[in-house]
Design a protein around this ligand. Structure first.
Ligand code: HEM
Length: 127
């Protein structure tokens, strides 16, 4: 069976997930409060799901997968997801307590964006 069209299609979804995380992060880079984190969350989940599907498909197509590279990408993708989830929960708590959203949320938003950026470099430069 020719897996190439399926691999390319999932790769497009993988690029869209990347755009959701980095695009949303870039738009909010200078923000100190009022973060919109739903888009980053959808992107983070998309990257994990499409990334894992890609690994399976590439192996089914009998192509080589660089396990070390995938392990590093998996770790950073999990960091992105956890950072966004923590940011969302700290944002909700800060809003209901009326305390500073900047202190509670901003570091985790930036951690998520940076970890995603690291993964772009890993994907592009590690061959
Ligand atoms: C924030 C998370 C992630 C970002 C920003 C990201 C980014 C990218 C980019 C830009 C590419 C295209 C580069 C190329 O084809 O050489 C790519 C391909 C790929 N990614 Fe990801 N990725 C992420 C997470 C993951 C995860 C969690 C996995 C698997 C567990 C994964 C597995 C793959 C695979 C198998 C490819 C196909 C090309 C290759 O062999 O490297 N990715 N990713």
């Amino acid at each position: 069976m020719n897996f190439e069209p399926i691999i390319q299609t999932v790769l497009v979804l993988h690029f869209l997930g990347l755009a959701l995380i980095i695009g949303s992060f870039a738009l909010q880079l200078r923000r100190k409060q009022g973060f919109e984190l739903g888009t980053m969350l959808i992107g983070a989940i998309t990257q994990l799901v499409t990334g894992l599907i890609l690994v399976g498909l590439v192996q089914m197509a009998d192509e080589d997968v660089d396990n070390a590279k995938i392990a590093v990408k998996l770790i950073f993708a999990v960091v992105v997801l956890i950072a966004v989830i923590v940011a969302r929960s700290r944002q909700a708590k800060a809003l209901s307590a009326g305390t500073s959203e900047k202190k509670a949320t901003l570091p985790f938003v930036h951690m998520a964006g940076m970890a995603a950026l690291v993964n772009v470099f890993v994907a592009a430069l590690w061959h």
